[in-house]
Design a protein around this ligand. Structure first.
Ligand code: GDP
Length: 296
């Protein structure tokens, strides 16, 4: 395991107890360790830079207190800043719109989009007592449509029947229509992913958005995404306009740096996290826990 940041900063700074304030040089030495910890946690480089700049501003000249070791003091500063950057906890999916409320799920292939669609549908059905309709817009992979149908059968949530040959945008429009006729409160559109971001994918997402007028557009991303997290989040946000993030595989042994990267570049809240393959394994986001994990 990595040596904890607290230990590393302790060995650099704790000798300063009894001196007046943290100097520029003390803070620079400490921030080298902070930077290392964040990079080990897979926080994207540009986010690491802006983060350490913020901490530097707060730390230089900070008075060294007698009651707390300087190492701990800087760890607390770093932790507080991480929590602030990660954003508020428990930001719910906004259902405050005329029914049927459309939720569009976007993300790369394999990010956990279909699984998360099923999880969110089940949660809204059981917790919020909503009538939900799920629709797969992945016309390229019949297996994806079948996967969603099976999740619907498993969770007791309606799925839109597949009509062969329909385009993703036509399916989106049909889903909204079917929800109106069927008295559904919510429609969740599970869009197609790709292995990487490309122009046709972004055009398709923008077109689906135009046809279905979603109230929420949630970017589903693997928490283990490394340095690519920034690119991914920025692209989807600039081209499609996301309203929130869902991070999957938070049950994995990654340190969760992608959460910070994606939140920092988009400013959009992390609304939920996936913590396993089962339909019940969806949780609220707790910034403090993620900050602890990033710091190790
Ligand atoms: P999609 O291609 O984006 O629709 O991805 P899928 O929903 O098919 O998920 C890909 C794989 O990731 C499946 O094996 C899922 O069971 C798994 N998966 C999804 N979310 C999570 C999660 O939060 N934790 C874990 N451990 N596995 C997940």
């Amino acid at each position: 395991m990595f040596e904890s940041l607290q230990d590393r900063l302790g060995s650099i700074l704790n000798g300063l107890t009894g001196r007046g304030a943290l100097s520029e040089a003390d803070v620079s030495a400490a921030l080298r360790e902070v930077r290392r910890a964040l990079l080990e946690a897979d926080v994207a480089l540009e986010v690491v830079r802006s983060f350490t700049d913020k901490v530097r501003e707060k730390a230089v000249g900070a008075e060294i207190l007698k009651s707390i070791k300087p190492g701990q003091m800087v760890v607390k500063l770093v932790h507080d800043e991480l929590v602030a950057m990660l954003g508020s906890e428990g930001v719910p999916i906004d259902l405050n719109a005329a029914a049927p409320v459309v939720i569009m799920m976007v993300g790369l292939q394999g990010s956990g989009k279909t699984t998360t669609t099923g999880k969110i549908a089940l949660r809204m059905k059981t917790r919020d007592k909503k009538k939900v309709l799920m629709a797969s817009l992945d016309t390229r992979r019949p297996a994806a449509q079948e996967q969603l149908r099976q999740l619907g059968a498993q969770t007791g949530v309606d799925t839109l029947p597949v009509i062969a040959g329909q385009s993703p945008t036509d399916i989106a429009a049909r889903a909204v229509q079917a929800a109106k006729l069927g008295g559904h409160d919510i429609v969740i559109l599970d869009t197609a992913g790709r292995t990487h971001i490309d122009e046709p994918l972004m055009i398709e997402m923008a077109e689906i958005k135009r046809r279905s007028n979603p109230h929420e557009i949630l970017l589903v991303a693997d928490a283990l995404t490394g340095q690519d997290a920034v690119n991914l989040a920025r692209n989807f946000d600039e081209r499609v306009g996301i309203t929130g993030l869902v991070l999957t595989r938070m049950d994995g042994d990654g340190r969760g740096g992608a959460a910070l990267s994606m939140r920092a570049v988009t400013g959009k809240p992390i609304k939920l996290i996936g913590v396993g393959e089962k339909m019940s394994e969806l949780e609220e986001f707790h910034p403090r826990r993620v900050a602890d994990r990033i710091l190790g």
